[in-house]
Design a protein around this ligand. Structure first.
Ligand code: PHE
Length: 536
């Protein structure tokens, strides 16, 4: 999807993998383990080689003193991970978190939770017991190291349904008058594409590219892929779905009728969503922590120890000095100062850009070049799970070209009494438009659009709602980032190394911006460099 501009391109991802491949020590060790049959695959070995947590024994082995003091500004995933990993090696870490809870953008909203946004809107969630919305991160690809932290921290995970053949597509601007199921849209699109490609093949259009044998193989692939039969013509398919489902003998089922023409299918624009699930970061299976995404920062917070974390502590100034760092912060109306050997700035770059520091103009210019991106979500709690009973939709996402963008059905609580849908998940100007409305108006606008897909029960069964917008969230002021050229562009070089004794960490300094994986990897990189410096 286009809304996370700082996502790795194929070539930068290959570069990254190459870099991982050339790291020494642990990698060589794992390669040896691989030869012994202890490491499962070369791929796993290279992934693991990217990081080995600093440990107590590093100090013992080198006969170094322990307890270097590190102040970490920001208690989101990057900050907590820094404290967690350095803690393993006996560093004395203090985390300063401006908000009243840790986790940063990892925020799970449950009944009783309150927020106030920068426009002054106050909300208290009225969700019932067991219902929650992940206002920030909500899905985890299998390959991301977020999964490794879940395993290590004992956070149970369950499948998150990212794509569902039964979910809908509704492109109002393209002239669709009713929503179409993914399975139907795919059957029609693949059917006609297969027919057209078969036709081109048989007309000789591909003769320069394919041998007679290749052509036969291609035609046989298209025949099954598009379900176009021996005649190589698309006339509908059971892939589209049924109006009467197949059942007992005597009930073969009734295939969904009124097959649109090829021209109608292409005009509807349904095909534009199909490649989403091919993305390296969006392909099924995906996962979520059982009970809410904030189980991850909760586990990290516990592992770090809450006495090492000061919440409500708003950083005022970061001063790098010859032999240490001083961070001043405001807490409960009082200004305090903390001295440390090192600082990890793990707060949003655009917030740091507004904070007093002496890290130099190159750092300031780099920080200002990171542009925050808007995104918002609304959670709609319903009195019953009509999407399961009436639509047979168990999780997954409906895509639209309306300003709500996406509707997410819950991947937890199946067959329960109540359920919670994400009624919009939008970005950029769509998110800004909703943010300007009152919470009640946001609900009304999202529901009016949802009714076009799901009918009146989308309104009548609604119990309560809660909306959240990251650009308008105090101390965070952004959902993710736009960085031209990516994190390794020359502009950002000053942030990819220490400024004196101050290090920078966050998803923005990774090829997985807008993913916890980015924050975890960035934190791992920073603690590794810091630790190497302390050991040297
Ligand atoms: N990680 C976020 C999500 O999955 C934002 C994002 C969307 C990032 C699409 C990359 C691609 O919704």
């Amino acid at each position: 999807m286009s809304h996370a501009p700082n996502t790795a391109t194929g070539s930068s991802r290959r570069n990254f993998l190459r870099q991982v491949g050339v790291t020494g020590g642990a990698g060589a060790m794992l390669a040896t383990m691989g030869a012994l049959g202890l490491a499962p695959t070369a791929e796993a070995a290279s992934r693991e080689a990217a990081f080995r947590a600093p440990t107590e024994s590093d100090f013992n082995l080198k006969g170094k003193g322990r307890g270097a003091k590190v102040v970490i500004v920001g208690g989101g995933i990057a900050g907590l991970t820094s404290a967690y990993e350095l803690g393993k090696a006996g560093y004395d870490c203090t985390v300063l978190e401006a908000r009243d809870r840790t986790g940063g953008r990892n925020f799970t909203v449950r009944g009783g939770d309150s927020t106030q946004d920068l426009y002054g809107n106050r909300q208290t969630a009225r969700f019932s017991d067991g219902q929650y919305m992940n206002a920030g991160p909500a899905r985890i690809p299998q390959w991301m190291i977020t999964m490794d932290y879940c395993r290590e921290l004992g956070v149970p995970v369950e499948v998150f349904t990212n794509s569902n053949a039964s979910a809908y597509i509704y492109n109002e601007k393209a002239g669709m008058t009713e929503a179409v199921r993914y399975r139907t849209a795919k059957a029609d699109t693949y059917g006609y594409v297969s027919e057209l490609l078969a036709k081109a093949t048989n007309l000789g259009a591909l003769d320069a590219d394919l041998t007679t044998d290749d052509k036969a193989k291609l035609l046989s692939f298209l025949e099954s892929f598009g379900d176009i039969g021996k005649e190589l013509k698309y006339t509908g398919s059971e892939h589209r779905g049924f109006t009467v489902d197949p059942g007992a003998a005597g009930t073969p089922g009734t295939e969904l009728g009124s097959v649109p023409s090829a021209s109608e299918v292409f005009a509807s624009g349904v095909g534009r969503y199909f490649s989403f699930e091919f993305g390296y970061d969006q392909a099924m299976l995906m996962f979520q922590p059982v009970g809410g995404m904030d189980r991850i920062p909760a586990a990290l917070t516990k592992a770090v120890g809450s006495r090492k974390i000061h919440t409500g502590a708003v950083v005022q100034q970061i001063t790098d000095k010859a032999h240490g760092v001083t961070v001043t912060y405001k807490q409960d109306g009082r200004t305090r100062a903390i001295d440390a050997d090192y600082c990890i700035a793990a707060l949003p770059p655009h917030i740091l850009a507004k904070t007093a520091h002496n890290l130099g103009s190159a750092v300031q210019t780099a920080l200002e070049a990171v542009k925050p991106v808007s995104s918002g979500k609304i959670g709609l709690e319903y009195r019953n799970r009509w999407w399961e009973t009436d639509h047979r939709i168990y999780g997954g996402i409906t895509e639209t070209d309306m300003d709500l963008s996406h509707i997410w059905y819950p991947s937890y609580g199946f067959h329960g009494k109540r359920g919670l849908i994400i009624g919009y998940y939008n970005t950029g100007t769509n998110a800004d438009t909703y943010a300007l409305l009152s919470p009640a108006e946001r609900e009304a606008r999202a529901v009016a659009q949802g009714v076009k897909i799901h009918g009146e029960q989308y309104r009548t069964e609604l119990a309560t709602s809660f909306s959240h917008h990251w650009r308008q969230t105090p101390h965070l002021e952004g959902a993710w980032h736009s960085m031209s050229g990516g994190p390794d562009a020359a502009t950002y070089a000053p942030l990819n190394k220490a400024a004196g004794r101050v290090y920078f960490a966050g998803d923005y300094l990774s090829y997985a911006d807008a993913w916890q994986h980015g924050a975890f990897s960035s934190a791992r990189k920073v603690v590794t460099t810091l630790h190497e410096r302390v050991l040297a």
